[in-house]
Design a protein around this ligand. Structure first.
Ligand SMILES: [Zn+2]
Length: 683
């Protein structure tokens, strides 16, 4: 990786204001070793280049703000009233000895709570507190909490407890309630004393204990209690081995999306490069073997299987939200902005298509090439046997509850504090952020943009006084030639001609109230070839990947007949308010792109078409997408549905065809619930 040497450049100043020193450089990672304003890593942990701002510091606007409202009014906000797992009556998370409780309550609550805090919704905050109070109260003298019996001969499964630790951290960020610190300290004392022969012995907890390791370090950063470092070692020692050179402990998509980061988390204490590197190795291992497709994820319709690497394979909604959350954590741990690129890839190209536009139903599996989304059993074409492609409010009890943190965590990580007491725009979206800089001065920055549909981002700074601090702007991997203006004047980095992709531009200067930073990230068309999937291609424009526009026909069904077996309604729910949908194609989907031997000639003919911005601020549907492409393609008649009811495996490119060339419309992949986004090449 390139390492840029910081150089001090003295540039001009702008009219009317005291001339101040201004340093603009392109850097690989934020500089500095320790924030004096936010709690980052405490020695001996590696310094945190970037630090999470407390929940509520970032306020979402634009389409992402609209998305949070849809979550509130849809599945996330209402799940507590329809899912039997969340029924308060006799619930084991509310009363000891109640009905068995596992991951569902904390899965849902950790996203629901953050959504409540982000929207500052009093009723939701109160609802959250009911559950939190009960969990705090459930703590035993030895520190264990929640359902489960730690005295059982075989031990207790503490995977759900790991989720609660995340919930408690958000609650602490929101409230500052010291009970959280005491609760977590007591719990990690229990972990310290729990017999090793019973600790982390079952599948899910053993795979996923990296989550608990992260929470252990966060608590250590707050308290400095030395015993937590010993506990961290005990957790790492008993967690599945995610540091293998050419293998993973298991090939479960959600495990991979959340556990591949365990070694980098452990690296914060071990400081051995091999551990940090193991996380990169895991990321590339799964993508080299199963990720030869657009959308930022990999082929793993629950578990990745040898031979099932076609773009018609999918990933669980749980896998998507865990990947986005992991990416944000890894930006903070490593400072490496490439994790933000993957987060945006999943967030824009895969995740929106996993839900109905009203956020009241979701599907378990979403695939880059998915031409039917129905209730049929498509196994073994995809791994799971059952209606795993239908849009259903009960689409599998994990995704149904775990989806909740996807957008809230994403919003919280749009901006981060830096170790040199500045701020970083890590993920771009419309929002405003309020945070402390330099000497504790609270500034706010309004970020106006329709990204990723447009290439402009405008930042307006509000500050009670002139204040010097570094402002970091992430340069995405796809972005050549980022342009920056401050108060209308072009600015250049002193150490590079143009900002290098996968870096940050660091603007250090004295900022005044009303200062305006305009960013242009020129988007270009790019073809990616997936050689291991028979040389198929996908077409990108900036951070967006494009899919064939397929006419989607929605067929409404009663959810009571179609819920997946392990999901259950609460008593008395009006099920007609929560329908399921099958989606069928009403137009042909079996097209290749007429690229022939000349990709450049193909790209030269692509037209970028802009459409009106949707009035309801929701751009993720076939009809509302504010951008589309017209391209040249040809039908491939032999590419049809196969015996499993899936589009048959993609034909090897180039495909010889005598079919006429047609003009096709492509839309953003995230807006296409039926999609072909990995195309054969025709000749
Ligand atoms: Zn799931």
């Amino acid at each position: 990786m390139l390492r840029f040497v910081l150089s001090v450049g003295l540039l001009g100043c702008w009219a009317g204001i005291t001339c101040a020193q201004e340093t603009i450089t392109c850097v690989e990672s934020p500089t500095g070793t320790s924030s004096s304003l936010y709690v980052g890593n405490r020695a001996p942990l590696t310094p945190s280049p970037l630090i999470k701002l407390p929940v509520g510091a970032v306020h979402a606007e634009g389409w992402i703000g609209r998305y949070l409202e849809l979550q509130r009014d849809g599945l996330t906000g209402k799940l507590g009233t329809i899912s039997d797992w969340l029924d308060k009556k006799d619930n084991a998370w509310l009363s000891i000895g109640g009905k068995a409780g596992w991951e569902e309550v904390p899965y849902w609550l950790k996203g629901y709570a953050d959504l409540a805090y982000l929207l500052n919704d009093e009723a939701m905050i109160a609802e959250t507190k009911t559950w939190i109070d009960a969990i705090l109260k459930s703590q035993r003298p030895d520190g264990f909490f929640g359902p489960g019996d730690p005295n059982a001969e075989s031990g207790v499964d503490i995977w759900p407890n790991m989720l609660v630790l995340f919930l408690m951290q958000s609650y602490y960020e929101h409230s500052g309630d010291p009970a959280v610190i005491e609760f977590m300290t007591n719990y990690f004392r229990w972990v310290q004393n729990y017999p090793e022969k019973k600790f982390l012995k079952t599948y899910w907890e053993n795979s996923r204990a990296g989550d608990m390791l992260y929470s252990c370090f966060l608590l250590y950063n707050h308290t400095g209690d030395q015993f937590l470092l010993e506990v961290a070692e005990k957790i790492h020692r008993n967690t599945a081995d995610w540091m293998q050179e050419s293998n993973l402990p298991n090939w479960h998509n959600v495990n991979i999306a959340q556990c591949f980061r365990e070694p980098a988390t452990w690296w914060m204490l071990s400081q051995e490069d091999a551990h940090r590197w193991a996380t990169y190795n895991n990321f590339w291992l799964i993508r080299a073997c199963f990720g030869q497709m657009p959308g930022g994820m990999f082929a793993s319709d629950e578990n990745s299987r040898m031979g099932y690497i076609d773009p018609r394979q999918g990933v669980e909604t749980c896998g998507m939200v865990e990947q986005m959350s992991s990416d944000a954590m890894l930006v903070r741990i490593t400072g490496d902005p490439s994790w933000a690129d993957n987060c945006e890839d999943v967030a824009f190209n895969t995740y929106p298509a996993a839900f109905m536009p009203d956020f009241k139903a979701l599907r378990y599996l979403t695939c880059p090439n998915q031409v039917v989304s129905d209730s049929k059993n498509h196994s073994p074409g995809v791994q799971n046997a059952g209606p795993f492609m239908m849009m259903n409010p009960f689409s599998c009890r994990c995704c149904q509850h775990n989806h909740s943190h996807g957008w809230p965590y994403y919003v919280e990580n749009l901006w981060m504090a830096t170790a040199d007491n500045g701020l970083a725009a890590v993920l771009y979206n419309a929002c405003s952020v309020k945070a402390k800089v330099t000497d504790g001065t609270e500034v706010s920055i309004r970020e106006a943009t329709r990204y990723p549909f447009e290439e402009q981002v405008t930042l307006t700074i509000s500050t009670p006084k002139s204040v010097a601090f570094p402002l970091y702007l992430r340069v995405p991997a796809w972005c050549d030639g980022m342009e920056i203006r401050i108060n209308g004047e072009v600015r250049k980095c002193s150490n590079v001609d143009t900002p290098t992709p996968v870096s940050y531009v660091r603007l250090e200067r004295t900022w005044n109230d009303g200062d305006c930073v305009e960013i242009v990230m020129p988007m270009t068309l790019k073809l990616r070839m997936w050689q291991q999937n028979k040389n198929c291609v996908s077409l990108d424009y900036g951070p967006l990947t494009f899919s064939l526009k397929i006419a989607e026909r929605y067929e409404k069904k009663s959810s009571s007949q179609t819920a997946i077996g392990d999901s259950h309604w609460q008593e008395g729910v009006d099920e007609s308010l929560w329908p399921s949908f099958k989606i069928y194609p009403d137009s042909a989907w079996n097209y290749g792109l007429a690229i022939g031997d000349n990709p450049q000639a193909f790209l030269d003919q692509v037209k970028i078409v802009r459409h009106d911005w949707p009035k309801d601020q929701y751009p993720w549907t076939v009809d509302a997408a504010p951008i589309s492409l017209t391209v040249q393609g040809q039908k491939i008649p032999e590419w049809t549905l196969d015996s499993y009811g899936l589009c048959s495996p993609i034909p090897a490119s180039p495909v010889q065809t005598a079919e006429p060339t047609e003009t096709l419309e492509l839309i953003p992949m995230g807006a296409a619930r039926l999609r072909i986004s990995a195309f054969p090449v025709t000749k």
